[in-house]
Write a protein that binds this ligand. Structure first.
Ligand SMILES: *Cc1c(COP(=O)(O)O)cnc(C)c1O
Length: 469
């Protein structure tokens, strides 16, 4: 399996190359050269199999020779062993047609663990075989940093440095990062905003000698391996509901479009997903695109679902590439105009094609709280604000369909966003028992000013200590 860049100016790579590179050299995102497809019989054979088996089987279609299914199964078994549910991603029926696919039973209580735990295993395996090491640097406003830290802790060939804006993450989010005391993990609280943190990371990546010296690598949501590791849970849920012999719809609360794209890929591989429904908070660039071909950037406004407070949905470029008939030149110029003018000129035919499959809904903070309240009252179900947006979007779509079950991606545990849940229900959800002592654990992090020189010195010092250089 080879991968090409959506902008057409970078050399094709294999899965390993794509895993380690993240972003293509031309600024584009990697896509498989061709889509693997499964026959109905092949889908049926996966029905009722353990999650790790489904994951290994589907991911093997993307890795090719270098990582065979048997090896992937070994990695997947390790990746999902620590999850707090024997089903890994249990499907909970809320209403006759509405199902929550719980993706939050991993170590940091958000869906990012589903892919990141697998990514940690993949990095470890590939680096050991090559005799190489990497330094992962990332900026986080909350969920991604802790998922990366949990996935890479105690791995010999990986150092992890995560920048977070001092005092601007929730306490649960900060503690999930700073209480991991493994020697290869380093947290830096930057005296600045999340945007400052992101700019510092970008500056480290564009400092070519530094990048080379530190073997910098990224695990952000544009890494194809993360998308590949998100496809299996849609298959796992759809098969449980009768696919491939019965169609399903999927509803996803979205920010970066990564999780929705994985559902699109599952469909492209032959799974009968009839509809993709996306839920957005007030930062609703994707919903505005779907309703009126208006993909225009606005200021990011804070909401009750902070992990979706995003204006640029980076993974949308992958769908755009497909909508434009895989024309890399057209994709590159569309993305350049979006960057320059803040508005993406999507041709009408491509937009119409998107709207035939994808439906978007904007859910306000008030409607989010109302949905949390209603689920608690009518179904005895506690949903976090992100999940509630997905459920509200799935519910808004229901009158349109013909008895097709809707699978909603439940992206975070309610205890990860206790304030919103308490506001809606009067009830403060407790942390799961395995994390109940989170507030008592020792924290370790450095506080540094928003200064590239000092941050790079900290990275260098940390890596030197671990390599003994
Ligand atoms: C990251 C995140 C999202 C958004 O996922 P995308 O792939 O960026 O669309 C939704 N909910 C939670 C809890 C998240 O952490």
């Amino acid at each position: 399996m080879r991968y090409v860049s959506t902008r057409g100016q970078a050399p094709a790579r294999d899965f390993e190359g794509v895993l380690l590179a993240g972003l293509a050299e031309d600024g584009g995102l990697f896509m498989p050269e061709t889509w693997p497809e499964l026959s109905a019989a092949e889908w049926r054979a996966l029905r009722g199999r353990p999650y790790a088996e489904v994951a290994a089987h589907l991911m093997a279609r993307f890795t090719g020779e270098s990582l065979p299914e048997a090896k992937l199964l070994e990695l997947a078994n390790r990746a999902y062993a620590g999850f707090g549910s024997a089903a890994t991603a249990p499907l909970v029926q809320l209403e006759p047609q509405l199902f929550a696919l719980e993706l939050f039973h991993g170590p940091t209580l958000a869906f990012k663990d589903m892919a990141m735990q697998m990514l940690g295993q993949l990095f470890d395996h590939v680096l050991a075989r090559r005799g190489e090491r990497v330094t992962i640097v990332g900026a986080t406003s909350g969920d991604t940093g802790s998922a990366a830290i949990e996935a890479c802790r105690d791995r010999a060939a990986i150092d992890v440095l995560i920048l977070h804006p001092e005092g601007r993450t929730s306490e649960v989010q900060r503690r999930q990062m700073t209480t991991v005391l493994s020697p290869n993990i380093h947290n830096i609280a930057v005296q600045g905003s999340f945007d400052d943190c992101q700019d510092l990371v970008k500056a480290m990546f564009t400092d070519a000698p530094f990048r080379q010296e530190m073997q910098l690598s990224a695990v952000n949501s544009i890494n194809w391996a993360r998308i590949a590791a998100q496809v299996p849970y849609y298959a796992y849920a759809a098969l449980a509901l009768g696919a491939p012999d019965r169609p399903v719809a999927v509803a996803v609360p979205t920010g970066n479009f990564g999780n929705v794209l994985a559902a699109w890929v599952a469909r492209r591989m032959g799974l009968p997903i009839e509809r993709l429904i996306i839920g957005a908070n007030r930062n609703d660039i994707l919903a505005r695109f779907l309703s009126g071909n208006d993909m225009s950037m606005q200021e990011v406004a804070p909401s009750l679902s902070p992990s979706m407070d995003i204006q640029v949905s980076s993974n949308f470029e992958r769908l755009l590439f497909e909508l434009l008939g895989r024309d890399a030149q057209a994709t590159a110029s569309t993305m350049q105009r979006f960057r320059a003018e803040g508005r993406m000129p999507v041709p009408d035919a491509a937009w119409k094609q998107a709207t035939r499959l994808i439906q978007g809904f904007t859910v306000s903070d008030e409607a989010t709280l109302e949905e949390i309240r209603r689920l608690h009252r009518d179904c005895g179900y506690l949903a976090d604000p992100h999940t509630a947006i997905g459920i509200a979007a799935g519910r808004a779509h229901l009158p349109d369909d013909k008895g097709i079950p809707v699978i909603v991606a439940a992206t975070a545990h309610p205890a990860k966003f206790p304030d919103a849940v308490e506001k809606a229900t009067g009830f403060r959800p407790p942390l799961p028992p395995r994390m109940a002592d989170l507030y008592d654990r020792e924290e370790r992090f450095a506080v540094l000013p928003n200064d590239l020189g000092q941050i790079e010195a900290a990275v260098r010092g940390h890596v030197r200590r671990n390599t003994g250089a």
